[in-house]
Design a protein around this ligand. Sequence first.
Ligand code: CP
Length: 298
Amino acid sequence: MRHIIESQQFNRALIEKLFALADQLGNGHGTELRGKIMASLFYEPSTRTRFSFESAMMRLGGNVLTTENAKEFSSAAKGETLEDTIKTVNNYADVIVLRHNEEGASKRAAAVSEIPVINAGDGPGQHPTQALLDLYTIAKELGRVDDVRIAFVGDLLHSRTVRSLAYLLGKFTGVHMTLVSPNELRIKDDIKAYLKRHHVSFEETEDLTGAMKTANVVYQNRIQKERFEGTKIFDLVKSFVIDRKLADSMKKGAVILNPLPRVGELLPEVDDSPHAAYFKQMGYGVAIRKALLAHVLS
Ligand code: CP
């Protein structure tokens, strides 16, 4: 059974195999998964992840069953447990792509599923397929994933994409991470412990200007307002906005990534900068998700 639950499950050989498969499959149309059915079960909102998975499945010749807002439009609204829903969908599909608001939901789903479960984001936990497409973007844009100096910027406390990408980058050599956030939104200790265990050098700072000048990759994330209870949350990150002046201070060949959506942290005036790679990044999601679907269903 090939569930995709967290970044730690990937090793370098598998990542390279998936990237080669993504290169081979590209964004074109084929028949590799003809007759297969993917169920996308989304309990939290999504534009990119759901559409790119569905597009990937269709471009491989497969079919799609989908429920967005599953809390309201599936039998979860009547009180059905996640486990019962997963057992039900097992009768109708060959693979489940699950986004859920609770950390650990994909692991719970996989425990009762006889078909592969792919974690498409579980609360503040992980988003491993996003991390794979982020890493694929770095490989494509920089031509390497080793010896990369990456600045993670923004709400590092709640960002599942930052967590998942940090885990993946820890498997490569010569990586340095600059963790740029306000004190209140520092990355969690479990990631720092992982980085130390894997001898990945990192530093924590509030100096965005300095980090922008030295990074090969700036990976910014929006403030995850759905994970907060208080109100003045945007005040926390107002000093961490990337504008054109900051983008222009970057090294030649350096790129800005953002998993998107953006909510004010990355100004539209950056979009035509040679460093802006975030729209290309979302495009790479189709090839990577085609490779993942082909992998789990092979
Ligand atoms: N990057 C990402 O997960 O975007 P969506 O929430 O639109 O799927």
